[in-house]
Design a protein around this ligand. Structure first.
Ligand code: NFS
Length: 668
């Protein structure tokens, strides 16, 4: 880490692989986000949401005696507008990703993208139902798959700018939730329209009532959760397959010294799926051997990683804060990026090594990187070109290769469809067993732990801590995004971990169903899978009739992106209690802090809080779960009732030497 009074590597991360490479960066004098965070002191006025630069009379910094901007805007208006802008950008990012997938499906259905096709026709039929696309013709005959796919793609694209009515997917929420949205006029009219409406309101001289601004933020975010993100998930499943459990590995130790290493990074599965196929091509593998490599090793970072992990089992190299560190290993021939969460810092780190940084999206160029623009019509050809470039770099490694020997196994792939199947089987898929386990108290509740890393928070420390506390307390954890990658790296996503860490009730359920105590549900747009699970739990019976009734909490302890703000807001608008870690971005306005917590709770049943203390996050989350259990009339959580059945003795037995274990089990 560069000089300055920065943190030591051990203070910057809890991840052994990251610690090793942060130390290496320090020795080599190469900057990373870790030391940049140490060297930049955040502006406290901006951090509290009190800096307004929405017009050229400012920036107005509302601090000390200054309580209003030049135009007269109050702290509440300024803080609310800043938050709203973040939510709008987050909603736009997820949703535009969804739109791009919809266009890929359209191109595939119309024969313009020959390398793509419908890989999950069952999901296509299901989605056609939601989007009112007929699957049979007037004679009752099933329509050709590509005709249905084309109409599904067109209907999906229509949702972004629908001229009238409200989003079709809202009907996937529990009836009671739909009614709340209807009565409060929160139903998004179209995905794009609510984003534009929200941005419009934040222009100088428009909406200057914090509560009114924040109301539109809820509506805009709903267009992300139940619109753009949900479509991104569904259409990706149609094109690339609905995830089911696979085996894989996580952390930088998945890089291979003897192979050509390609890292895919960003958020979209479109190109990376083709790179997966190209990396398996025998001809390209032969070419890699001709350059002295043992083959081609494809790994991922961030949510592109989660997409190809969930469907293809491609290993995870790491989460957001590990993107520069991957290059520091000296073993990465090529980093291929698409959109979102790509630090510009990767370009300067790549410059120090032989690594080829390739940008591929029409929307993203990084100065200094090679731009190979992706074109769905020539997808495989471009993927092969990209893989070949990586192979050509293999003989050019210029620094010592330092791959940390750190990796852990994981079982990802928990789509809501798979959970349904795991719990009930093919013919009677159901969430009943999950609801029953919560009703009985074997599972105390559910936590969705999601979101980013943040260079100002010790890397992975909060993710790991809260997840461990929850599973110990019999709370089932579902995860997406970089939070999921943190757990994967710790080995929490293997069923075996249930024996060691999970509380007695949760352990029994995990043993019976054969699932880990922490479920990887995908990338951040796949938080829509969590909405679907919660809706199914609410309609299954026994846990009330709305998402707000379920003993569940959403967390983003290390968040940093505007997408995380949008996710938090649509979860609140769907009835969930959401806790985000780190600094409260509206701390400068008590009024806005109250409006997003008590105000939103009165309005929609969910609340948003920012807390920076890990124990307090856990305490409040468990208190909320217990409060919801009590409201449903469920028995008080009592772990002493569980753990004596099934394989509950496994942890004790496994701790014994083999001879004694045999004796304990067989009495001989
Ligand atoms: Ni989510 Fe996924 Fe990670 Fe945060 Fe970025 S990769 S979309 S935004 S940093 S979790």
């Amino acid at each position: 880490m560069a000089k300055k009074k920065g943190r030591t590597p051990e203070e910057a991360s809890v991840d052994r692989a990251a610690i090793e490479l942060i130390g290496l960066a320090c020795d080599l004098g190469i900057d990373t986000s870790f030391n940049r965070a140490d060297n930049i002191i955040p502006c406290p006025i901006g951090a509290d949401g009190l800096c307004c630069k929405n017009c050229a009379m400012g920036p107005c910094r509302l601090v000390g005696k200054v309580t209003r901007g030049v135009c007269g805007a109050t702290a509440a208006t300024v803080a609310a507008r800043n938050l709203c802008r973040g939510i709008a950008v987050g909603a736009a990012s997820h949703s535009d990703h969804g739109r791009d997938i919809a266009y890929t499906l359209l191109d595939a259905a119309e024969g313009h993208a020959p390398d793509y096709g419908v890989r999950d026709p069952y999901k296509l039929m299901e989605v056609a139902g939601y989007l009112d696309v007929p699957t049979v013709d007037e004679d009752g005959e099933r329509r050709p798959i590509n005709d249905i796919a084309r109409d599904v793609a067109l209907a999906a694209i229509g949702e972004f700018g629908r001229a009238r009515g409200t989003l079709l997917y809202l009907k996937r929420a529990p009836e009671k939730r739909q009614k709340i949205w209807r009565e409060l006029k929160l139903e998004p009219r179209s995905i794009d329209r609510e984003i534009v409406d929200l941005l419009h309101r934040t222009h100088i001289g428009n909406d200057q009532d914090a509560e009114h601004l924040l109301h539109q933020a809820l509506r805009c975010a709903l267009g992300d959760g139940w619109g753009g993100s949900m479509l991104a998930t569904d259409l990706s499943d149609i094109l690339f397959g609905t995830p089911a459990p696979v085996q894989s590995q996580a952390n930088l130790g998945v890089l291979r010294e003897d192979m050509v290493n390609i890292v895919v990074h960003g958020h979209e599965p479109t190109l990376s799926e083709m790179i997966v196929a190209a990396s398996l091509d025998p001809e390209l593998n032969e070419y890699a051997k001709s350059k002295g490599a043992a083959g081609i090793n494809l790994v991922g970072i961030c949510c592109t990683a989660n997409e190809v992990l969930m469907r293809q089992g491609i290993p995870l190299a790491g989460n957001f804060l590990q993107q520069e560190l991957a290059i520091l290993t000296g073993a990465v021939e090529e980093m291929v990026v698409d959109v979102q969460c790509i630090m510009q810092g990767v370009a300067s780190v790549a410059d120090e090594f032989h690594t080829d940084l390739v940008t591929t999206s029409k929307k993203v160029k990084i100065t200094g990187a090679t731009h190979i623009e992706f074109d769905e019509e020539r997808a495989m050809e471009i993927a092969r070109e990209i893989v070949k470039r990586a192979i050509d770099r293999f003989p050019e490694r210029k620094r010592e290769v330092r791959i940390p020997d750190v990796r852990n196994p994981l079982v990802p792939g928990f789509s809501h469809e798979y959970i349904d199947y795991a719990l009930g089987g093919f013919y009677r898929g159901s969430f009943r067993p999950l609801n029953d386990a919560i009703v009985a108290g074997r599972i105390r509740g559910v936590v969705a732990n999601i979101g980013c890393n943040n260079a100002r928070i010790k890397h992975d420390s909060l993710h790991n801590y809260v997840v461990e506390q929850f599973i110990k307390n019999d709370v089932l954890v579902v995860e997406t995004g970089c939070g999921a990658i943190a757990s994967a790296k710790m080995g929490y996503m293997t069923p075996e971990k249930a024996f060691e860490l999970a509380g007695p009730g949760l352990r029994e359920v995990c043993e019976t169903v054969g699932i880990p105590p922490v479920l990887h549900m995908g990338s951040c747009v796949d938080n829509s899978r969590i909405l679907t699970v919660l809706s199914q739990m609410a309609t299954e019976g026994g846990l009330g009739d709305d998402i707000a009734d379920i003993p569940a909490v959403g967390l983003a302890p290390e968040w940093m992106s505007e997408k995380a703000l949008s996710i938090a807001t649509y979860c609140v608008a769907s009835g969930a209690y959401v806790i985000m870690g780190g600094h409260n971005p509206v701390a400068g306005s008590e009024e806005v802090t109250r409006l997003i917590a008590d105000g939103w709770e009165e309005k929609v049943g969910g609340r948003l809080e920012f807390l920076d203390d890990a124990d307090e996050i856990v305490r409040r989350a468990l208190a909320h779960i217990d409060k919801k259990r009590a409201a449903l009339g469920l028995p008080e959580y009592d772990p002493s009732k569980w753990g004596r059945s099934g394989d509950g003795r496994m942890p004790e037995l496994l701790a014994l030497p083999l001879e004694e274990r045999i004796e304990a089990v067989y009495g001989m």
